[in-house]
Design a protein around this ligand. Structure first.
Ligand code: SAH
Length: 393
C-alpha cells in the first residue's frame, strides 16, 4: 500500500490541468516518511485522490505517473511503454526501413517523467533522471523487450550522470538486459557509431534527425561548416547531399574523432571532409569568408533559469559571428536546445545578431524537435529544441 501525501489547500489546481510535477511548496505533509523514489498517493487537502507518482527530494517533490488510483507494477510499465511504442510505429520511426534510431520514451512527453529511452537497432539505451525510475529499471527493461516483441533485445542503463547526486545509489552504467557490441545504428540510410559507453546523452543526438535530412536538401555545391559537430551527424548528411566541402568543428577531440569515424563509415576516403578540434568562437573569428552553409548547434547555454540572460547574450554573440562571415546567399541553420530559452527569446537573440551584422536575413524554416520527442500538452516545458533556417543576402 502506497503512502499518502496531502497537498496544501488549493494546491491541486495544476494537477487538475494534468501538469505532471508537484513542487515541494505545495505539499502539506506525507504519511510514513517515504524513501526517495517510493510511489506515493497524492490527496487534496480534503482527502480526495488526485494522482500517483514518484516521491523525490528537491524542489519537485512528486513526478506524476498517473491520474488514476492504480498500482505502479509490471503491468503499468508494459501499458505505458506499449502506448509509447505504438506512437513511434504509427508515425513511422519504429519498424522503418533504413532507420533504426529513434527515441522511444521522452519523459513527460510520454507521461513517464524522469525516463528517457533511445533505441539504436536492437539496443535500447535507458536514462533515469529520478530515483523512482532508477528503482523501476529492471521492470522497465523487461517491459521494453516485451512491447517491442523482442526487437529490442539489449538494454543498456546509462544513468551515472543523470541521477540526482544526493541519491547515493551508485548507479553503474552497463547492460541490465542482454549485451551487444554492435553499436552501429542507421538513420535515414546513413550509419553512425553510437558511443553509449562514454558519449554524451545516450550516445547520439537523435533529436536532429529531421533537421539533418532538411540540411541535406540544401547542401549541393555548398561549402559547409558544421560547428559543434559532436558525432558529425550534419556533416554526413551534407556529404550525401553533394556538398563541395564539409568542415566539422568541435572543442572535444573525442567528438572530432567520432565525426571522422562516422564520415569514414559512410564515405571512406572522401577528401571533401576535414575535422578540427577547436573552440567555436576562436574558429569563427579566424575562419574568413569561405562558407555558404553554416550549422550552429551548440550545447545548452542555459541549464537553469538564472543563466537565461547570459545564455541569450551567448546566442547573439555566436550568431553574430556567423552572420558576419557567411557568404552572400548563404544559409544558416541555427539551434538552441536550452529548455529555459523560449522560441521567441531565441528568435529575438538571433534577430539582434542579424541586425548587428546589417545583413538582410529571411527565415526559411522554423525547426523544432521531432515527433518521437513529443511535448505533453499539459507540460509546455517539454519543448526544448528550436531552430531557424535563415537565408543571408
Ligand atoms: N550537432 C550535434 C550535437 C551538438 S552537441 C549533433 O547533431 O549530433 C554540442 C557539442 O558542442 C558537443 O560535442 C561539445 O563538445 C561541443 N562544444 C561545447 N563547447 C564548445 C565550444 N566552445 N566550441 C566548440 N565546440 C563546443
Amino acid at each position: 500500500m502506497y503512502k499518502n501525501l496531502y497537498l496544501k489547500k488549493g494546491k491541486e489546481e495544476s494537477l487538475e490541468r494534468f501538469h505532471p510535477w508537484i513542487f515541494s511548496g505545495a505539499v502539506h505533509h506525507v504519511e510514513g516518511n517515504p524513501e526517495e523514489g517510493e510511489v506515493v498517493r497524492v490527496l487534496t487537502a480534503d482527502g480526495d485522490f488526485i494522482a500517483v507518482g514518484h516521491w523525490q527530494i528537491g524542489s519537485i517533490a512528486v513526478r506524476v505517473l498517473d491520474f488514476e488510483d492504480r498500482e505502479i507494477d509490471a503491468d503499468y510499465w508494459t501499458r505505458r511503454l506499449d502506448v509509447a511504442y505504438g506512437l513511434r510505429r504509427s508515425i513511422g520511426v519504429a519498424g522503418h526501413e533504413g532507420s533504426d534510431t529513434y527515441r522511444l520514451v521522452h519523459g513527460e512527453g510520454d507521461c513517464l517523467p524522469g525516463l528517457v529511452v533511445d533505441v539504436y537497432g536492437r539496443t535500447a539505451v535507458m536514462q533515469a533522471h529520478s530515483v523512482g525510475m532508477h528503482l523501476a529499471r529492471h521492470e522497465i527493461a523487461a517491459a521494453l523487450v516485451k512491447v517491442t516483441g523482442g526487437v529490442v533485445a539489449n538494454v543498456y542503463y546509462k544513468s551515472e550522470t543523470t541521477l540526482p547526486f544526493k541519491a547515493a545509489l551508485g548507479p553503474e552504467n552497463g547492460f541490465i538486459l542482454g549485451g551487444s557490441t554492435d553499436n552501429v545504428a542507421t538513420e535515414n540510410g546513413l550509419k553512425f557509431h553510437i558511443d553509449w559507453l562514454k558519449g554524451q546523452k545516450t550516445g547520439f543526438f537523435v533529436d536532429q534527425r529531421e533537421n539533418r535530412a532538411l540540411l541535406e536538401r540544401y547542401a549541393r555545391g555548398r561549402n559547409v561548416l558544421n560547428m559543434f559537430c559532436y558525432t558529425g551527424g550534419f556533416s554526413v548528411y551534407a556529404l550525401r547531399g553533394g556538398a563541395e566541402l564539409v568542415h566539422s568543428v568541435d572543442s572535444s577531440a573525442k567528438a572530432v574523432d567520432l565525426t571522422r569515424a562516422n564520415v569514414a563509415l559512410n564515405f571512406p576516403g572522401d577528401t571533401r571532409h576535414e575535422a578540427y578540434a577547436e573552440d567555436a568562437f576562436k574558429y569563427l573569428d579566424a575562419m574568413g569568408h569561405r562558407y555558404d552553409l553554416i550549422i550552429l548547434d551548440p550545447p545548452a547555454f542555459a541549464k537553469h533559469r538564472d543563466a537565461l540572460r547570459q545564455a541569450l547574450k551567448g546566442y547573439t554573440r555566436l550568431n553574430a559571428k556567423a552572420f558576419e562571415k557567411i557568404r552572400p546567399g548563404g544559409i544558416l541553420f541555427t539551434f538552441s536546445c536550452s529548455q529555459v530559452v523560449t522560441k521567441e527569446q531565441f528568435r529575438m537573440a538571433v534577430f539582434t545578431a542579424a541586425a548587428q551584422s546589417k545583413r538582410r536575413v529571411r527565415i526559411l524554416h522554423q525547426l523544432h524537435q521531432p515527433a518521437d520527442h513529443p511535448i505533453n500538452i499539459y507540460h509546455p516545458e517539454g519543448e526544448y529544441l528550436k531552430g531557424l533556417v535563415l537565408f543571408v543576402e
